[in-house]
Design a protein around this ligand. Structure first.
Ligand code: GUN
Length: 296
């Protein structure tokens, strides 16, 4: 069994990006610019957004963080999105989810110009992904296939089972694995809360992606010997022994499952770190595609 080390791989991706930005800047162009919008004071969202800003600083990107109180009106948020859509100094921006209930997440997502949608959540970017023409790919799914690629794990013709059908992970990772992509061409089954005989299906997986949001849901008897297991779960559980005050629990019962795997992602240190690296990669891609000759 080999561990898919997301921390190490993410550091490699970020180092490659840092070098590329260095070249761009030494050629007289401005660095890529990512803007993050944070609404309210959701603890996990604050942690994620801060990590994104820190990654920008390390790589040499410009970053801006725009914070609103939870009571901000939908209109004010949409005005800011409009401003960023039309700001030529901004290559990409994200609105951290979830949003307070009085704000329509779908409307917000659809208001972001697809060319600046570095989360890859806009229906145009999802549609391109479904058609095998994805460019700005959702970061977590892109991080998963990047891990497979960098560990030389063959996907073509393999049976992949994705448990979970969220718009952020389950659906887009299924499209990436099934599509005509370098790490695609799998035969994919999507399972969810209504799936009957789930274990019978997960046991057929050469590649099993668990993106359910239910701690330790995948047990040893649900996994085939030799499978590649990708754990997307990051449930926070209060834990006084941790510096942060909580432990992160995956969707996979690691103790039971790991001995059966050829490869497995740990939690933390697997898919999570890859997500931020791929957001950075998208921002650079957006700049190269849509603002290729930006001067300082
Ligand atoms: N909330 C959880 N994951 C994400 C993400 O990848 N992007 C944004 N914008 N919000 C999230």
């Amino acid at each position: 069994m080999e561990i898919l080390d997301g921390k190490k791989t993410s550091a490699q991706v970020r180092e490659e990006l840092r070098r590329e930005v260095e070249q761009i800047v030494s050629a007289g162009h401005r660095p890529p610019h990512l803007v993050a919008i944070l609404v309210g004071d959701n603890g996990a969202s604050i942690t994620y957004v801060n990590a994104k800003v820190k990654a920008c600083q390390e790589i040499g990107f410009r970053s801006s963080l725009i914070k609103y109180p939870a009571e901000v009106s939908q209109g004010e948020l949409l005005d800011k999105i409009d401003e960023l859509n039309n700001d030529p100094t901004v290559d990409g921006f994200i609105v951290q989810l979830p949003l307070p209930v009085h704000i329509d997440e779908k409307l917000v997502t659809e208001s972001i110009r697809p060319e600046k949608d570095v989360d890859g959540f806009h229906p145009v970017n999802m549609g391109r992904l479904a058609m095998g023409q994805g460019v700005l790919l959702p970061a977590t799914p892109a991080g998963i296939v990047e891990l497979l690629r960098r560990y030389d794990i063959a996907t073509s013709g393999k049976r992949a089972v994705v448990v979970g059908r969220s718009n952020i992970v389950g659906i887009p990772v299924s499209l990436l694995l099934a599509g005509k992509y370098p790490t695609g061409n799998c035969t994919v089954t999507i399972c969810h809360s209504r799936t009957e005989n789930l274990a019978e299906i997960t046991r057929q997986a050469d590649i099993l992606v668990a993106a359910i949001g239910s701690p330790h849901f995948i047990k040893g008897d649900m996994v085939k010997q030799g499978a590649v297991v990708i754990d997307v779960g990051i449930t926070r559980q209060p834990d006084a022994s941790k510096k942060s005050g909580f432990a992160l629990l995956g969707d996979v019962d690691y103790e039971q499952v790991a001995p059966k795997c050829s490869y497995i992602t740990p939690v933390p240190g697997g898919v999570g770190p890859m997500t931020i690296a791929m957001l950075m990669k998208n921002t650079l891609t957006a700049m190269k595609m849509y603002a290729p000759h930006s001067d300082k």
